[in-house]
Design a protein around this ligand. Structure first.
Ligand code: ZN
Length: 178
């Protein structure tokens, strides 16, 4: 495993961090009808009743209610490498508090399906997805169970897990290349 030198998003432009280091998702909003979109895009409002074709970039809510969840207990098939032994992980679909969008993401290590319940409050965090051959830890957004009453905790997912964990690239083909 290469030594981790620094971190970069696995996908550019889907999330960012505020001045305190708290991550937030970057979505798009139609200025005509108010419809939100994630992942972000520059045009084509998804509302069939709206002719809007210019979407604005917006920061999305960092919290929401757990809408559904599952647990992945199977290592991805070849050609995708996976850690050995494979560690099961939970996947959460979270309904964003203000926008109503449902955003799917991995749940932090140590939280599995048995720890989750539909309706509980979740908050956005980030976590390493894998370390590339240049030693760059590729970071993705994910979800964790919200801590009561602290909206201002910096993400503790960043930098915590330098182990190699490679999964299928995003279907949209938006990975960043150096
Ligand atoms: Zn619209």
């Amino acid at each position: 495993m290469p030594k981790v030198t620094h971190q970069e998003p696995a996908i550019e432009g889907w999330f960012a961090a505020d001045e305190a280091g708290n991550p937030y998702l970057t979505g798009s909003k139609c200025p005509q009808c108010g419809t939100y979109v994630f992942p972000p895009r520059a045009n084509n409002c998804p509302n069939p009743a709206c002719a809007g074709d210019a979407l604005e970039s917006v920061a999305l809510s960092t919290r929401g209610k757990l809408w559904s969840y599952t647990e992945n207990r199977y290592a991805p098939p070849p050609p995708y490498p996976s850690p050995d032994p494979f560690e099961p992980f939970a996947v959460a679909a979270v309904e964003l508090a203000d926008e109503g969008l449902i955003v799917l993401g991995k749940v932090v290590e140590g939280t599995l399906a048995a720890d989750l319940k539909v309706g509980i409050e979740m908050e956005l965090t980030t976590m390493p997805l894998f370390t590339d051959e240049d030693g760059v830890a590729r970071i993705v957004y994910g979800w964790r169970i919200a801590r009561a009453g602290d909206d201002a905790q910096p993400s503790d997912g960043v930098g915590a897990l330098p182990h190699k964990w490679e999964v299928a690239p995003p279907a949209c083909g938006a990975e960043r290349r150096k």
